[in-house]
Design a protein around this ligand. Structure first.
Ligand code: GTP
Ligand code: MG
Length: 150
């Protein structure tokens, strides 16, 4: 099954949105595979946002993501990557629909609360960057028969 890397950014943690965000993803039906609470190192942040190295906002972005604690998670389920992106909203919170995490809780593009993998390739890369293999927990949720048709 597909997996996505999700991180509640320092603004989301400071604003006490951790429980609300985890609740939304849990209630959707996805399965949590890993979670940790860490202040990301400079190297981790630079690698994570490496695709934006040449962008004018890169330095500020890395500074921000290393400025405080982050809740890093891996979630699993059918089409989990695209579905969580939909639940998160678009990059700019002011353009995000109500009902999405950014649309409900954010205002600034540089304080948009949450990160979620945008495609399979980035999910794989991000999961291995943030987690070691033994931190990914294997289990079979008994509720899956009520969430999935087959
Ligand atoms: P992530 O899930 O964090 O990767 O967001 P995203 O995929 O919606 O956006 P993208 O990967 O393009 O950009 C990464 C992060 O850089 C965004 O979440 C924003 O916080 C920040 N960012 C992107 N574009 C801008 C911008 O034009 N200005 C500023 N200040 N920050 C930006
Ligand atoms: Mg992105």
């Amino acid at each position: 099954t597909e997996r996505s890397f999700v991180a509640i950014k320092p603004d989301g943690v400071e604003r006490k949105l951790t429980g609300e965000i985890i609740k939304r993803i849990e209630q959707k039906g996805f399965k949590m595979v890993a979670m940790k609470f860490i202040k990301p190192s400079q190297e981790l942040a630079e690698e994570h946002y490496g695709e934006h190295k040449e962008k004018p906002f890169y330095k500020g972005l890395v500074e921000f993501i290393t400025s405080g604690p982050v809740v890093a998670m891996v979630w699993e389920g059918k089409d989990v990557i695209a579905t969580i992106r939909k639940m998160v909203g678009v990059t700019d919170p002011l353009k995000s629909d109500p009902g999405t995490i950014r649309g409900d809780f954010g205002i600034s593009i540089g304080r948009n609360i949450i990160h979620a993998s945008d495609k399979l390739e980035s999910a794989k890369k991000e999961i291995s960057l943030w987690f070691s293999q033994d931190e990914l927990v294997e289990y079979t949720p008994t509720l899956d028969k009520w969430i999935y048709e087959n």
